[in-house]
Design a protein around this ligand. Structure first.
Ligand SMILES: *[C@@H]1O[C@H](CO)[C@@H](O)[C@H](O)[C@H]1NC(C)=O
Ligand SMILES: *[C@@H]1O[C@H](CO)[C@@H](O)[C@H](O)[C@H]1NC(C)=O
Length: 368
């Protein structure tokens, strides 16, 4: 290490005080919009890499089409939905996973991703993945984040950053796939008939959204459950059904989505502002599941990476079948969309009509 002489020492001090003057004088202008992400594997950008869990996407071929061509913890061949939204709203860079050691200093001002693969609305969802960041803990981390940012730019600026930010929350699918329908006669399915279970989920989700709102956010994009029963994993599970979507999971999604929308409308009415925006991801995906070719896909049933019927059995690993052109597939692995499918979804979120977005699309919402 270089010795600091008397002269360079005073130079260092001069620099430091110049820096302090620059920082202390005038407000720190936060130009780009901060972006916060909560939820499950559809939006996890690598938090689970830092946890002791089997729910992770940190080995090839995950990330094969990512700019670095390496796995990052994203459950996709390339970019995921948060990456593409971040790009569209001119957020400086896709928000780093909250557990990443690189998320500090100025980079905190860009936002953070709290999502964790395997989690659900309920605490008992994803219990088999052991050490994952459940919803209440993601919100605890968001509080901790705000304290850290307050130490950096002060409380009023932090509140401003949070109120002007965009939030994305994607959760709920695992409450069906990795809980209620995980095994026949699961604890939850013995406890609740499906319509009652859906009511429980929606009422617990409401508490989560209200807590998020109480933490100062001003604009929240909420995605519904996708067509859960049409994932290659489900097609493989009931291979007798000849590629038809699993009826019970489709029924679950069709009960859940309208109630979620109703709950969101209710909260907005109560708040008196359209803070929450619902994305009908089910409708978006049904479009390309029913006519894959008109969206440039060769199939919407077979996953690009996997094994067994529809490549829907087990995990996507280096030993799996791997398709040469990921853009031709809706599904990357047994559960998660390809970057190409994510792009179509995000385009609808940004500019879709009220068939897809309620009460308005994201570009209208951000222009308000
Ligand atoms: C989940 O667990 C946390 C912490 O124990 C608790 O505060 C919260 O109420 C639980 N949520 C549900 C839906 O049970
Ligand atoms: C969606 O966004 C576009 C702008 O990109 C806008 O022109 C259009 O009116 C919006 N549609 C709805 C239904 O909000």
């Amino acid at each position: 290490m270089a010795m600091i002489t008397g002269k360079s020492k005073s130079l260092v001090i001069a620099f430091v005080s110049l820096f302090l003057v620059l920082v202390m004088s005038g407000p720190i202008v936060v130009e780009a919009r901060a972006f916060f992400v909560f939820g499950d594997s559809l939006v996890d950008s690598g938090n689970n890499n830092y946890l002791l869990t089997t729910a992770r996407a940190d080995s090839p071929p995950y990330g094969i089409d990512f700019p670095t061509r390496r796995p990052t913890g994203r459950f996709s061949n390339g970019l995921n939905i948060p990456d593409l939204i971040s790009e569209a709203i001119s957020n400086e860079e896709p928000p780093l996973p909250y557990l990443s050691p690189d998320l500090r200093g100025r980079r905190l001002l860009n936002g953070a991703n709290f999502a964790s693969a395997g989690i659900g609305i309920l605490n008992d969802t994803g219990f088999q993945f052991i050490n994952i960041i459940r919803m209440y803990q993601q919100l605890d981390y968001f509080q901790q984040y705000q304290q850290r940012v307050s130490r950096l730019i002060g409380k009023p600026q932090t509140q401003r950053l949070v109120s002007q930010s965009l939030v994305l929350i994607t959760v709920g699918g695992n409450d069906f796939v990795n809980n209620y329908f995980l095994v026949p006669y699961s604890a939850r399915s013995r406890q609740y008939a499906l319509p009652d279970y859906v009511r429980l989920l929606v009422s617990e989700y409401k508490k989560i959204l209200l807590r998020l709102y109480s933490l100062g956010v001003g604009r929240v994009l909420v995605t519904g459950a996708g067509p859960l029963g049409c994932a290659p994993a489900e097609l493989a599970r009931s291979s007798s059904s000849n590629g038809r979507c699993s009826a019970e999971l489709q029924r679950a999604a069709s009960l859940y989505d309208p109630q979620l929308l109703q709950m969101i409308n209710e909260i907005n009415r109560k708040i008196g502002k359209n803070v929450f925006i619902a994305a009908n991801t089910n409708q978006m995906q049904m479009d390309f599941l029913s006519t894959p070719r008109s969206y440039g896909f060769v199939t919407s049933k077979v996953a690009c990476c996997g094994q067994g019927p529809y490549n829907g059995i087990g995990l996507c690993t280096v030993l799996s079948n791997l398709c040469p052109n990921r853009d031709l597939y809706v599904f990357w692995d047994a559960f998660h969309p390809t970057e190409k499918a994510n792009r179509l979804i995000v385009r609808n979120i940004l500019t879709g009509t009220t068939k897809y977005m309620n009460p308005m699309n994201l570009s209208s919402a951000l222009a308000l």
